[in-house]
Design a protein around this ligand. Structure first.
Ligand SMILES: O=C(O)c1ccc[n+]([C@@H]2O[C@H](COP(=O)([O-])O)[C@@H](O)[C@H]2O)c1
Ligand SMILES: Cc1cc2nc[nH]c2cc1C
Length: 349
């Protein structure tokens, strides 16, 4: 896939330069702990030290529905996807509140919402309508998508991301809205990592134990069908929003723009992106450590340290948005802190 070929590796020399610079700043060595590692990773991603301070973050919320909803894997009606899309466009969802707090723009991309919705022309947040189909097919009975459909949704996510970057965005948070998508995310994670479904399947928005056991069995069976090729696996058990977020990851990584991940669905999408383009790993940052068990498996697999640990399980991009100030801080330190100069400790006691 052409998108994947465009992703450059991070530059270890830029990372080393940031590492060395931290040692020269007016503070004890390593005193900023994980923030220093974050600054090093940002420099490697950018290919430059100090890395740019990302002052124009964007959260791209990909929305879509899931045929597996018919299996009772979530307590919420499918129409909630459309209602929440309307809420996000009206500015009243959690992601809007958190985005306002950090000065992030919100963009909404419909890649397959099954229920009609209305967004007024003058809504605070516009929706870009690029539906591939009205939700996936039921992944428990056969392929959720054709490979062509998955590729279309991925291209739509990439195109929307490029549009955001062309408009000045310099950090991307892939977010999503899709009732039942924790089932697809778990199936994708099981398919790509080989972990048992019982370890990767969570309770999503809140299900009882009997429903959870049925969800685990369904995830196990579906993931076993998934082919080895990443896009084909995504088509077999994933969702349209997962494909769109994978496209967003690749499009941002291709321009060395940091991607701050959110919950289990964005992490499942990132796993596919890294399988398609291993270099994209060098531009990924985990905003937080989500509550969902599958998310934690992906963090481990990708070797991504999480910036926050708040037991979040909302999605929409919220956990990525919350971490934006930390990313800005890590870059800012490398730009603005004075050098040690005459404060350098002497080698004599
Ligand atoms: O981000 C997460 O880790 C997360 C965990 C649980 C639920 N969600 C959100 O809730 C919806 C999916 O939950 P469910 O139970 O319907 O599969 C979807 O809209 C996600 O944005 C998100
Ligand atoms: C109300 C609601 C809001 C959400 N935001 C992301 N997923 C969601 C799921 C529900 C049910």
């Amino acid at each position: 896939m052409a998108l994947a070929a465009e992703v450059p590796r991070g530059d270890p020399a830029a990372g080393r330069a940031a590492h060395d610079r931290h040692a020269q700043l007016r503070k004890p060595p390593n005193s900023l702990g994980d923030l220093e590692s974050l600054g090093v990773a940002l420099a490697a991603s950018a290919g430059h030290s100090p890395p740019p301070i990302p002052l124009s973050p964007v959260v791209l919320v990909a929305a879509a529905d899931h045929g597996v909803h018919a299996r009772g894997v979530t307590p919420w009606p499918q129409t909630i996807t459309a209602r929440m899309l309307e809420t996000i466009c009206a500015g009243g969802a959690t992601v809007n509140a958190l985005a306002r707090g950090v000065g992030a723009r919100v963009r909404v991309l419909d890649v397959g919402v099954a229920t009609p919705y209305t967004v007024p022309d003058r809504a605070p947040v516009a929706v870009r309508r690029a539906p591939v189909r009205a939700g996936t097919r039921d992944l428990s009975t056969g392929p959720a998508l054709t490979v062509g459909e998955a590729a279309s949704a991925m291209r739509a996510g990439a195109a929307e991301t490029r549009a955001a970057l062309d408009a000045g965005a310099d950090l991307v948070v892939p977010g999503e809205m899709g009732i039942a998508n924790t089932t697809a995310a778990a199936a994708l994670i099981v398919a790509r990592t080989g972990v048992p479904a019982v370890e990767a399947t969570g309770h999503g928005t809140g299900i009882d134990e009997a429903t959870w056991r049925a969800k685990v069995a369904l995830v196990e069976t579906a993931a076993a069908r998934a082919p080895a090729e990443p896009l084909a696996a995504l088509a077999e058990v994933g969702g349209l929003e997962h494909a769109a977020m994978a496209g967003a990851v690749l499009a941002a990584a291709a321009r060395r723009v940091p991607v701050v991940l959110d919950g289990v669905s964005s992490l499942a999408a990132a796993l596919v992106a890294v399988d398609l383009a291993p270099a994209s790993r060098d531009h990924l940052f985990a905003g937080h450590r989500p509550h969902e068990p599958g998310a934690r498996i992906v963090l481990e697999r990708l070797g991504l340290p999480s910036l926050l640990d708040l037991e979040l399980r909302l999605g929409e991009g919220t956990g990525g948005v919350l971490a934006v100030p930390l990313v800005q801080a890590a870059a800012r330190v490398l730009h603005e802190v004075d050098e040690l100069g005459e404060l350098a400790p002497s080698s004599e006691p």
